[in-house]
Design a protein around this ligand. Sequence first.
Ligand SMILES: [Zn+2]
Length: 502
Amino acid sequence: MTLARVHGIALVGLEARHVRLECACTQGLPGLRLTGLPDTTVREAEDRIRTAIQHCGLTWPQQRVVANLAPADLPKVGSGFDLPLAVAVLMASGQVPELAGVWAVGEVGLDGSVRAVPGVLPAAAGAREQGARRLLVPDAAASEAALVEDLEVVAVADLAEVVGVLRGIRPARFAAPAAAAIDRVGPDLLEVRGQPMARRALELAAAGDHHLLLTGPPGCGKTMLARRLPGILPPLDADAALEVAAIHSVAGERPPDAPLAMTPPLREPHHTVSAAGLVGGGGGVPRPGELSLAHRGVLLMDELLETPRWVLDALRQPLERGEVCITRARARVRYPASVLLVAATNPCPCGNLGSPSRPCACRPDRIERYRGRLSGPLLDRLDLQVELRPLERARLTGPPDGESTRVVAGRVAEARAAARRRWGPGARCRDATPAQLRRATAPRALAALARAIDALGLSARAFDRCLRVARTAADLSGDELVGVEHVEEAVAYRLPVVTAAP
Ligand SMILES: [Zn+2]
C-alpha cells in the first residue's frame, strides 16, 4: 500500500496554515473517504476530481481511497484542496511518481482544468514560510503567486499538465510576477476648482492620517476631492503593497495578472452596504469587508447620513483599533483595517441648504434629526470637518486655481518624515499621545486652545484631537513648536456644522 503525501494550505483570514494530505488505496468498495474536518465544498471534491481524472484519460482507482487532511482540528474550507487531493489520489494509485515536497493549490473542474481560487497570494506566501520550494498553481493565479520571493511557481492549466510535469515528461512552466505598478495613476488635484479649505483639509488628512468629513450640496466636489486623496498619500512600500494585495486576493477582488499596486487603495462602498459588507463576514471563514479592502488607503463613505445608524456604529471599533475581528463558531478571523475615512454628506435631506440658487425645502427639526444620525462618538473621530459651498459657474470653467497632486504630495511626504524624526519610525500624528503633543506645543497655544474648546462646548477628547491636527499643520509648515496659528487652524475644522440659509 502506498501512502501518498501532498501539501496544501488552509486560509484563516490572511493567516495561512499548512495542511498535510495523506492518501492511500485500500481494500473495499471504490469510493473516497475524506477525514479531517472538510467542509461541504471539500467533501464535494470527490465528484469533481473523479470526473476530472477520467476526463483526462487517467484512471480512478477501483479500490477504496482514504484521504486524511491534517491537522484534524483546522477547518478546511473551499475548493482550493481539489488540486492537492487529485495529486494525492494519482500518487497513491501509482499514476504519478511518489515525490516528496509537492505543494499545490487550486480548484479542479469536471473537464480536468485547474482553476483559480481566492487567496492564492497569501496561500503562496504561507507555503513559502512553511518550507515549500515549489508550488503548483492555476494558470490564472500564477503571476499573483509569483509575487512571493524564493518560491518556484509552476503554472498548470489542467490535470494532464500536472501529471506530465510530475512524471518529468513535460517542462514546468515557471511563472514570473506581474511588474509592480510604480507609476502614480489617478485623478489630479489640479482638476479641482476652488474649495481652498477642503483642499487644505485633504492635505492635513494625508499628512497626519486624520479622518475627514465633507459636508455640502450635491455637485460641489466632495467626491471629486476625496478621490484625489490616495494620490497625495505616500506610495505603499513593497511589504505594504503585498499585504494589501493579499487582502484583495482573499476577497476574490484581485483581477488575474494585475500588477502589484503601489498607490494606496480607495474604496467607495454604496450607502446601502450591509454591516457584513462593510466590516467583513459571510458564511464559512468570513471574508474581508470594505474596511479591510481599504486597508492602508482611503475609505470613502459618500451619503454618510443615508447609511443606517447601526452600520455606522459598526465602523467605530475598527477605526479605533485599525483591525477587524470576526468570531465564528469554528474560526476567529482578524483582518487589518487601518484606513483614512472620508465621510461625505449633504447638508440636509434635500441637499440644498446653503445653496445660493436652490431653496432648501427642509423643516429645521428634520435637518436636526438628519444630522443627529451621525452619532457623537463617530463625529468625534472626524478630526477635520469642512463645509463646502457650491462654486460659481465662472470658477468651474476657469483655469486651474490650485496646486497639483505632485506638489501637495511632496509637502505631505515632508510632514510625515518630520513626525517620524520626532516620534520614531511608523509614527503618525493621529496616534500621538497627549503628553507627546503637549511637549511640543507653545504654552500660549495651549491656552488659546483651552479657551476655544470652552467657547465651542467641545469635549475633553476634542482638545487632544485638535492638538493632533495642529501638530500636523505645524509639520506641514516645518515648525518644531505648535503655535497659536496652528491651533486656530485646527479649531476651524471643528466648528459645529451650521449652515445659515442665504
Ligand atoms: Zn434641505
